[in-house]
Design a protein around this ligand. Structure first.
Ligand code: ZN
Ligand code: ZN
Length: 291
């Protein structure tokens, strides 16, 4: 079964395409399961830029009561597409920041999400997911300084206990190659033991995010050396996601990501229901995937 656990329908202001268009595209591409993970960004320094959602073409503050509408729409599609052979789950991608832990906790406790993806996009008010902004943050900093700052937030995100998995673990690489070149590939090593230890002491999983391939990088996120270490450190739950922001990218490079996972020694790919993981794909060393 093919699946995609990282999708941004047009509730995310940086995405296009309705959830129905995504579901239809997934069905046409033969996917068996998808999970919508719209952005929920409450980072104080970026609220004026990111703190919005789009519903039926209208912009609302992320603080307005929009999540019930989002979940109802997913529920409607879930029933409709179940009969057609596509399972649809309700997830969310939340930007971690230490100042908003209480708000994140209230949201994940109030709403019945299947899957909560934690991410670190923002460093000192800069979004490292936006090319110019990432480069502005990196200017004047070494690759090691960027990693130290990024991973200190990732470790907090793991330890806060609010997230099922951490999204695109090496997002800092995506737009900083033009500044650091290959030096960025090893820059995490200074803090890597602490990152592995944080994962080992938690039940937080990891996603393999195929977005890096579309940005011209040779590896997805995390890279193979990182994934091997994470599996070795006992990370037991692994999801795969395209991070599609347009319907035609649903399922993009997922087969390649599953093969990448297998080569790194990861032999299970997971789905989530009501925040609980389940094995969706078992991979063996000879690469026979079975449900
Ligand atoms: Zn993200
Ligand atoms: Zn995303």
């Amino acid at each position: 079964m093919l699946l995609d656990y990282h999708l941004h329908p047009d509730y995310s202001i940086d995405a296009g395409g309705s959830m129905r268009e995504y579901a239809q595209a997934a069905l046409e591409k033969g996917l068996g399961e998808i999970c919508f993970t719209t952005h929920l960004d409450l980072v104080p320094e970026r609220m004026h830029l990111d703190g919005f959602v789009r519903i039926c073409g209208k912009f609302l503050s992320v603080n307005d009561r929009w999540i019930p509408h989002y979940l109802r729409e997913i529920e409607g599609l879930r029933k409709e597409y179940e009969e057609k052979g596509l399972v649809i789950k309700a997830g969310v991608e939340i930007d971690y920041h230490p100042k908003i832990v209480g708000e994140i906790r209230a949201i994940v406790e109030e709403y019945p999400f299947d899957y909560v993806l934690g991410a670190v996009h923002s460093l000192e008010g800069h979004s490292i997911a936006i090319p110019e902004d990432c480069r502005a943050f990196c200017r004047g900093r070494t690759a090691e300084e960027v990693c130290r700052q990024y991973f200190s937030l990732v470790i907090e995100a793991i330890q806060c206990g609010l997230f099922d998995t951490i999204a695109h673990l090496d997002l800092y690489k995506r737009f900083s190659y033009s500044i650091y070149g290959h030096a960025i590939e090893q820059a995490h090593l200074l803090v890597w033991e602490q990152v592995l230890s944080a994962f080992s002491s938690s039940n937080v999983g990891i996603e393999i995010n195929t977005g890096n391939w579309r940005k011209g990088l040779s590896q997805p996120s995390p890279s193979s050396d990182q994934l091997i270490d994470l599996i070795g450190a006992g990370v037991a739950t692994v999801t795969v996601g395209s991070d599609a922001h347009l319907p035609h990218l649903v399922g993009k490079d997922i087969t390649k990501a599953i093969e990448f996972a297998r080569k790194a020694g990861c032999l299970q790919i997971h789905t989530y229901s009501k925040r609980r993981p389940a094995v969706a794909l078992l991979l063996d060393k000879e690469h026979k995937a079975a449900e």
